[in-house]
Structures are given as C-alpha cells and as structure tokens.
Design a protein around this ligand. Structure first.
Ligand SMILES: Nc1nc2c(ncn2[C@@H]2O[C@H](COP(=O)(O)OP(=O)(O)O)[C@@H](O)[C@H]2O)c(=O)[nH]1
Ligand SMILES: [Mg+2]
Length: 227
C-alpha cells in the first residue's frame, strides 16, 4: 500500500528544509559587545541564547550553524563576557550571551556583564525570542528563574532548550522535562514546549533550526538581497 503523507507531515518536512537551508547559508560574526553602545544597530530580527556559564550556549550556536569554531566555546573566557552577534544570511541575527554565574570572575565584572545582559534582554526591540538553555543534569536554578521573571516582566517571549541530552539516561531526562514544564507553566511569556538537544550528538538540532527559521526574514525579504 502506498503511504500518503498527511499535510502536517509534509508541512514538517517543508519547515525542516527551510531551517536546513537557512543554517547552511552564510553566517558571519558581526560584533562583540561589552557595553550598550557597542551593540550593533537594530536591523534584522534577532534571537538569543541565554543561560548559566557552561550550559552549552556556544556549542549550540556551533551545532546549529554546523561550524565548529564560530562561537568559541569555553576555552576563550574573555569572549564569554561579551554579547556575540552573528548574521545568518541577512535574514536572522543570532546572539550568544555571556553566561550568568561565572564563579571564577571578580564580583564587579560579573555585575557589569550581568547588568548588560539584563538590559539587552529587557530592551532590545528586534529581539523576537530568548532561548534559555538548561543543562539536562542540572535543571532550573534560582539564577534561571530570575531571568525568566525578568523576561516575563519585560514581555519578551522565551523558550527553554534542554542541553547535553546525551549525558542523561532517558528516564531521568523525561523526569527533568516534566518538572521543567511544570515550572515554566506559571510564566506567561514562556513557550510551552521544550527543545531537547545535544550539540554533541546532533539531537534536536534540526527541529530547533526549523523553529528558529520561523523568526527570520524570508529569502525574498532578506535585508541586502541582490536583485
Ligand atoms: N556531552 C556534551 N557536552 C556538551 C554539550 N554541549 C556543550 N558541552 C560541553 O560543555 C562545556 C561548555 O560548553 P559551552 O558551549 O562553552 O558553554 P557556554 O559557556 O554556555 O557557552 C564544554 O566543555 C562543551 O564541550 C553536549 O551537547 N553534550
Ligand atoms: Mg560560551
């Protein structure tokens, strides 16, 4: 018997393909900002990755874009204190935020970049959605809840991405996801679904790409398209 795809299956395939194509396109580093004045101008729609230090933000940007060294992972500590902006095919801007709770840094430094991150999160007009990363082995911490509250109060839409799914057994992962869903339920600006990912193994990356592509300009409307 011939299997006829339902329209929703077809739709899923289509969005996956749109995501794949977008992330296979050009991706350029455009700015590293450590103060509000250094932020690049508001042009493209923007999405950002936030979370505690070491949660896997840079690894996720690299996995999504398929470029190993685009966002430097934890080996370059200085970089982790700046907001790093990437331009994806003139259609979407990706931002790798400084992690909160960097234990080994001086308190005044932490305050400075935490303030910058908070200001950015609460007041960036082009910011379409914040992806808040949660380590599958750690769950939601107080510092995460503070960011969730800030985003809710600023009416900025956000979603949870579970990282390092490869490090947890499936039973524990299911439990963590259920607990996480329960916790984010009470926030009005939270996207109800979780994105479960492993940058190491590629789990969930295609789904996330497809979702992210929905925030970008279409190819036809891209900022500097050649006529
Ligand atoms: N097993 C595993 N390790 C990961 C994954 N993502 C990141 N890591 C590791 O976690 C550490 C912190 O990652 P990084 O991307 O620098 O985190 P950031 O501080 O949030 O930018 C690094 O040692 C990564 O190799 C993952 O999906 N699986
Ligand atoms: Mg990083």
């Amino acid at each position: 018997m011939v299997h006829h795809e339902t329209s929703s299956e077809e739709q899923l395939k289509k969005t996956a393909e749109v995501g794949r194509l977008l992330f296979a396109g050009q991706c350029d580093f455009i700015a590293a900002a450590n103060n509000m004045k250094a932020l690049p101008p508001v042009t493209l729609p923007e999405i950002c990755f936030a979370g505690r230090s070491n949660v896997g933000k840079s690894s996720l940007v690299n996995a999504l874009t398929g470029r190993r060294m685009l966002a430097r992972t934890s080996q370059t500590p200085g970089r982790t204190r700046q907001l790093i902006f990437f331009n994806l095919a003139n259609r979407l801007q990706l931002v790798d935020l400084p992690g909160y709770g960097y234990a080994s840094a001086p308190k005044t430094d932490i305050k400075a970049w935490t303030n910058l991150t908070r200001k950015y999160l609460a007041g960036r007009p082009s910011l379409k959605r914040v992806f808040l990363l949660i380590d599958s082995r750690r769950g939601i911490a107080t510092s995460d809840q503070q960011i969730m509250t800030l985003l809710d109060e600023s009416a900025v839409s956000w979603a949870v991405v579970i990282t390092k799914a490869d490090k947890e057994k499936s039973k524990a992962l299911i439990k963590l996801c259920e607990e996480t869903k329960d916790k984010i339920n009470k926030y009005v600006a939270a996207f109800p679904e979780l994105f479960i990912t492993s940058s190491e193994e590629g789990t969930g990356i295609e789904t996330l790409r497809a979702h992210l592509a929905g925030f970008g300009l279409t190819k036809e409307n891209s900022a500097f398209r050649s006529e």
